[in-house]
Design a binder for this molecule. Structure first.
Ligand code: ADE
Ligand code: ZN
Length: 318
């Protein structure tokens, strides 16, 4: 399976920050950590829901300070792509989480792009700027404006962080501006939140893909629409289990989504926190959900088709 060309469409670059790198960067930047060892930090990775994960995800970001740090973070991820068959990655980043800490958007984007350029012969990669939905719409708009000088390096915008209580419609205006700027649109929806959020992401934000979308299955009319319009869903099985959306990988509804004719892709979300990369997710659904070799090939093909690559490049990868 590793040899099958695929795209990763749902990976947060800050979620690839491995515990060992937290310690390395803390030392380099003279930052005191509230843990004495990697093991002590890892012991905190027992999440009960999305928020319990987000708390530590944002806390660990404190070690990311310089252009070199963002380069090293992205380089460590991109290096792992060829061995997984990942030929193309559309990478989320959370600028607001860095701006808040006094790190400039220039530092973040130039650092990430240094790595993307360095690894371009092994894997193509582009950036998707995510807005934090538990922050204000004004902050999101200010972030988009700050990013506008860098739009030649950003393929699209997304929406992430704590979902429940923060419907997509809160960000109608900023996504409208992003669309006017020619940016692609994706949004996390239906991870913990209701099917209505998936509808809003499509109808109000103009989302071209839905990140997660698993709770759409609660609404047969929405399922019919997602099938009819072949809206790509970037599903992250190990993430869903680690965040308690499913009690066990054997309860994951990915096979049902495939049976329903939905355009599903498999992704890692935050591989440093949830037990592994795309390949680990693929191995888990093969082993525990009985997903067949043929289905795995279809999932890989879906990931390329659902990417924002041009049609010619997609055909070359397939
Ligand atoms: N940010 C990083 N990972 C996330 C997830 N799984 N859901 C929402 N926001 C996130
Ligand atoms: Zn995510």
């Amino acid at each position: 399976m590793a040899a099958i060309p695929k795209a990763e469409l749902h990976v947060h670059i800050e979620g690839t920050l491995e515990p060992a790198m937290v310690f390395d960067l803390a030392e380099r930047n003279h930052i005191d950590l509230p843990y004495d060892s990697v093991a002590e930090l890892e012991a905190k990775y027992r999440f009960t829901d999305l928020q319990s994960f987000l708390d530590i995800y944002y806390e660990n970001m404190a070690v990311l300070r310089t252009r070199q740090d963002f380069h090293d973070l992205a380089a460590a991820y991109l290096r792992t792509c060829p061995e997984q068959g990942v030929r193309h990655a559309e990478i989320f980043f959370d600028p607001q989480a860095h701006l808040k800490r006094g790190v400039s958007i220039d530092t973040v984007i130039t650092g990430l792009c240094d790595a993307i350029d360095e690894y371009r012969d092994q894997v193509s990669a582009s950036l998707i700027l995510c807005f934090l939905r538990d922050d204000t719409a004004e902050s999101a708009m200010a972030t988009l404006l700050a990013a506008e000088p860098y739009l030649d390096r950003i393929i699209g915008v997304g929406l992430d962080s704590a979902e429940v209580g923060h419907p997509p419609s809160k960000f109608a205006e900023v996504f409208q501006r992003a669309r006017e700027k020619g940016l692609k649109v994706v949004a996390h929806a239906g991870e913990e939140g209701p099917p209505e959020y998936v509808r809003e992401a499509l109808d109000v934000l103009g989302a071209q893909r839905i990140d997660h979308g698993i709770r759409a299955l609660d609404d047969p009319k929405l399922v019919a629409r997602l099938r009819r319009e072949q809206i790509p869903l970037t599903v992250c099985p190990l993430s869903n289990v680690r965040l308690g959306v499913f009690g066990d990988i054997r309860e994951h509804t990915l096979p049902r989504m495939l049976d329903e004719g939905l355009l599903v892709t498999v992704n890692s979300d935050d591989p440093a926190y949830f037990g592994g990369n795309v390949e680990a997710n693929v191995a888990a659904i093969r082993e525990h959900l009985g997903v067949t070799e043929k289905q795995l090939r279809a999932l890989a093909e879906n990931s390329v088709r659902a990417s924002f690559l041009d049609e010619q490049t997609k055909e070359r990868l397939l």
